[in-house]
Design a binder for this molecule. Sequence first.
Ligand SMILES: [Zn+2]
Length: 495
Amino acid sequence: MNIINKSITRFTLIALFLANCSVIPEQTGLPSSSANEGSITAFTHVNLVPMTAEIVLENQTVLIEGSRIIAIGPSDEISIPPDAAIIDGEGAYLMPGLADMHMHTNQDWDTDAWPVSPLALYLANGVTTIRDFGPSGKDLTYVLEWRDQIKAGTRIGPTIYATGKILFASPLSDPRGLVRENHQLGFDFLKLYSYLSPEDAREALATAKELEMYSAGHVPYAIGLENILAAGMDEIAHVEELLFAFIEYDRKQQLAPDAWLSYLINSAMGQFDLASGFNEAEFAHLHAETMQHILKELRTYGTPICTTMVVDDVIQHKLFELDAFLARPEIGFIPTAYLDLLRLGEEKHQLQFSGIEDLAVYKYGIDRWLLTELHQAGVPLLLGTDSGIMAVVPGFSIHDELRILVENGFSPYEAISAGTVNAAEVIEAMVGDGNFGTIEVGQRADLILVKNNPLEDVANIKDIRGVMAAGRWYPEEELDLMMALEQEIGDDLLD
Ligand SMILES: [Zn+2]
């Protein structure tokens, strides 16, 4: 791409994604069709992957009006209104957009700290729903503004759901007041973190219940799984949260955050045979009773769990093959300040596992085993990546997460379900807005048009012909444009 094109591209995308993002594509001359009320789009001759069952329906037409799906049927039976915009999907596969159910936004997405706003990266990777597990910025309500602007069509991005101020560590001066404040500001759910006392957690969850506010989070160290579920926490934020049930430690103490972490790491080091490495059969045998207890608890409450396995994957890369990791194309989308920390060896995980790299490997072994057990037991799992922080790249990470699920025994259909059907069920329970995740009449038009069958190989979802988010269509050319710019800036950064 020459300099002039590059500057136009840069200008256009900066206008789209950075400049307060009140600019909509029509004003910038980009070719995306809007999701205007009344405008009709027809996908014709597609292989439909509706995700209502493990099926592919050939030669289908899907009609979209505004942001909703209004008709689906065989292409020779569905009549297309004369003024409809037609997207010929001959030979391609139309599937629901994906949800990243655990990620983190940052107010600096609206600055030039990021080469391009991650909101664009999500769309370009087929992620049409994101759930923010902890925004970061001076005033956390920025994420509510983004959420509402995207809903109103004045900002480009995936549909957002968000928590507000995390209930992080005890003592909390006013746990009930904090929950009420989050609720009043309009945040979609409450997040609890590891360092809460039983008293604070119970107060907070009781208040959330009174307000009918959904809750999710870590399993606080001083409380444990059984008690936090009994206290009413609706969802667990990571598979890895269950790991602590396999470490023997004294729960009846209230430590400062840093003290908890070193105490638990020391306890784990004393109990796990790190030198011999993780032996799944042996570990499973030794801890069979604890595992059965965990599954019984989760079944009792029907608790869903976010996967976020890619974090372990990224940790291994940071610790053992940093150069190869930094050479990945998508790493160019990470803020330079973070890349500098990685190069200096001063990044969070590099510091955390410095000198105890064996523990990171062992931990990944336990997490994979946990994932397999939860999957086999039918615990509802939600596709989540913790993207936006820790060098987990927004959008791209969803494909790594899908790959890891399949590597650990999920069929492609099951892996995709975690980011579609399962995600929608949880959003429905959370805010009554779970009308996505399948291709059916009445659903929000969140769709990905891919070249090859995603049910044969989840890697096929990377090969995208276009993405529709709440009825707004982003054809391949436009997604390429976003990616081309990001690639160039990425190359500049890597120079
Ligand atoms: Zn997180």
